[in-house]
Design a protein around this ligand. Structure first.
Ligand code: FAD
Ligand code: NAP
Length: 546
């Protein structure tokens, strides 16, 4: 690319995870010149940053991969049912090299600011490297789970030992041997890391605020017959998955069309047990109404709680690990011997109900000690630690987008436009910000799906849209406020028909103090993909094209 083209291009893509890599390839194929900026030193996004022990996919390997190139999906060999972080990172690297993507990616560079110039109909993008680039389109491939959440615990910076965040893990191996560790959080990341850390550390204290449901992954080597079978019909397999509610799992156990309570308890137990034994996220697919009816949901929750009580030898510890919220209102966790880990003599579980964190001290973590019956304070206890792992998640879905100072028409900032929560049309665009696109933005199925499928669907839609603008000699596309309002209402209405907004999940922004609380993802991939296609076929309904 010439110097002029580098300073003035068709599109700037922010982020070089699976979204950014595919977007760059798609743009190039359509003859656009594009540049990608990536804050990290390499490609892979999530799989570049989250190198904590045990990090692994919860979607089966044969599905968590790109479908856009048949040669790629035929040649790549996954080794396990659920791929590990190093293997997924190798895959991202392979894709970047195979399609010669790195030459248009600027690494170690954060996009800080983007302003829309209404006269020129172009975005002006500033990086922390001091570079300014102009582009017709600005495409945020910044990730739903990339802005790490490090809560402001009092005294956090006074701690004299080592600290880590699962989403910002060092590249070199961290040695926990002989150390006293504390891990804060029991979400998916912690549930994967805890069994491995516990086996290595001298002692591990787990600080749990909310207990979580977890299903055994039952990971293992991929059988060559299975791989051959999938590869022999890959396009059809992908197409069937796109018709699934969360865009994965067409080749699993069949769903029961009947409500959970229509089965007698023995049949229901057998159905849950079959899925528990198979392992994986398919557990929640046992019945269609598990996320619609509290009574149905309770049958699945009871089943998991019974497994926790079977596994954890100390009945008091088992009770602390039993969640009491709706199963599935947070992305369900997959584990390998997570609950078994609490039978180890070197692991202690402290829960916020009786031992909430008061502050971090130079030597460790100080917890209050509350009476388990009355909740009254009985004292405090300092847990001496050599190392604290923050497995405290992310400012999800909006954190990374709002991390860039974006201003649209009339200089209005996105932060201001979204002050009461994210407003989008189709989760792809937002009114007042022409030619700004978000890959897997709030208001799209994104985090409720196999994200690679959602990414590919968005990349294709954006690619087609930019080709349409070029063909029709149009300068801008912008969502109307009316279409956007109707879309936001639709996203909320769909969520409101389910149990999903009932717990303190990051889907609702409840993990971040002060964040507006709205249910951000849209439930249901197939009708969404159909709607996006329909909008485009109808001449970009709900948009103004100029
Ligand atoms: P990301 O991979 O997050 O990439 C975004 C990139 O943008 C990052 O590299 C970041 O550095 C960069 N960036 C952000 N802001 C800027 C800026 N201002 N300037 C420059 N660069 C910037 N999904 C599943 O479907 N199945 C799973 O099993 C699964 N497991 C997960 C496990 C973990 C630990 C996490 C955190 C997420 C997981 N996800 C999973 C979701 C996962 O994020 C997606 O599957 C997918 O990798 C997202 O790709 P992306 O490119 O959209 O975003
Ligand atoms: P998370 O699910 O948000 O979990 C964060 C944990 O930290 C929760 O237990 C939370 O408690 C706790 N926490 C946060 N702030 C706290 C505070 N101030 N005090 C005490 N505890 C606090 O984050 P995550 O585990 O990193 O996972 C995020 C998402 O990434 C997942 O839902 C999933 O989509 C994806 N992921 C997937 C996998 C996989 O299996 N492939 C692995 C990791 C991540 P509360 O629950 O009380 O808020």
């Amino acid at each position: 690319m010439s110097e002029t083209a580098r300073a003035r291009c068709d599109a700037v893509v922010v982020g070089a995870g699976f979204s950014g890599l595919h977007m760059l390839h798609r743009l190039r194929q359509a003859g656009f010149n594009a540049r990608v900026f990536e804050a990290g030193s390499g490609v892979g996004g999530t799989w570049y940053w989250n190198r904590y022990p045990g990090a692994r996919c919860d979607i089966e390997s044969m599905e968590y991969s790109y479908s856009f190139s048949d040669a790629l999906q035929q040649e790549w060999e996954w080794t396990e049912r659920f791929a590990s972080q190093p293997e997924i990172l190798r895959y991202a690297e392979h894709v970047a090299d195979r399609f010669d993507l790195k030459r248009d990616i600027t690494f170690d560079t954060r996009v800080e600011k983007a302003a829309f110039d209404e006269e020129a109909c172009r975005w002006r993008i500033d990086t922390d490297g001091g570079e300014t680039v102009e582009a017709t389109a600005l495409i945020m491939a910044t990730g739903c789970l990339s802005s790490a959440n490090l809560p402001e615990f009092e005294g956090r910076t006074s701690f004299l030992g080592e600290t880590y965040h699962t989403g910002r893990w060092p590249h070199d191996r961290v040695d926990f041997g002989g150390k006293r560790l504390g891990i804060i959080g029991t979400g998916s990341s912690a549930i994967q890391a805890i069994p491995i850390i516990a086996a290595e550390a001298e002692h591990l204290t787990v600080f749990q605020r909310t207990a979580n449901y977890s299903i055994p992954a039952r990971n293992g080597p991929l059988e060559s017959d299975y791989v051959r079978e999938i590869k022999s019909e890959y396009p059809d397999f992908r197409a069937r998955n796109r018709l699934m509610p969360a865009a994965f799992g067409s080749k699993g156990l069949t769903r029961s069309g009947a409500p959970a309570l229509a089965d007698d308890p023995t049949a229901r137990e057998a159905r849950f047990a079959e899925r528990w034994e198979r392992g994986g996220l398919g557990f929640l697919g046992a019945y269609n109404d598990l996320l619609l009816s509290r009574d149905a949901n309770e049958t699945a929750a009871d089943f998991v709680r019974a497994r926790i009580r079977d596994t954890v030898k100390d009945p008091e510890v088992a009770e602390r690990l039993c969640p009491d919220n709706v199963i599935g209102c947070k992305r369900i966790c997959l584990d390998t011997r997570y609950f078994e880990t609490y039978n180890r003599p070197n692991v202690e579980l402290l829960v916020a109900r009786t031992h909430p964190i008061e502050r971090i001290t130079p030597e460790g973590v100080l917890v209050k000690v509350l009476n388990s019956q009355t909740g009254e304070r009985e004292g405090a206890r300092e847990i001496a630690l050599d190392c604290i792992v923050f497995a405290t998640g992310f400012d999800a879905m909006t954190g990374a987008v709002l991390g860039v100072d974006i201003s649209g028409r009339s200089g209005r900032t996105l932060l201001d436009a979204w002050s009461a929560g994210p407003l989008t049309y189709l989760g792809l665009t937002t009114a007042g910000f022409p030619n700004l696109f978000m890959i897997t933005g709030p208001g799209s199925p994104s985090v409720l799906t196999n994200m690679i499928v959602s990414i590919e669907q968005h990349v294709d839609w954006i690619g087609d849209c930019l080709e349409h603008l070029r063909r029709e000699r149009l300068a801008t596309i912008e969502a109307t406020s009316e279409a956007q309002d109707a879309w936001v209402d639709h996203v909320n209405a769909v969520a409101g028909q389910t149990l999903m907004p009932t717990c303190n999940s990051w889907y609702l922004g409840r993990n971040i103090p002060g964040k507006p609380q709205v249910f951000m993802p849209l439930i249901g991939f197939p009708p969404y993909a159909e709607k996006c296609a329909e909008v485009a076929q109808n001449g970009y309904e709900g948009f103004v094209l100029r």
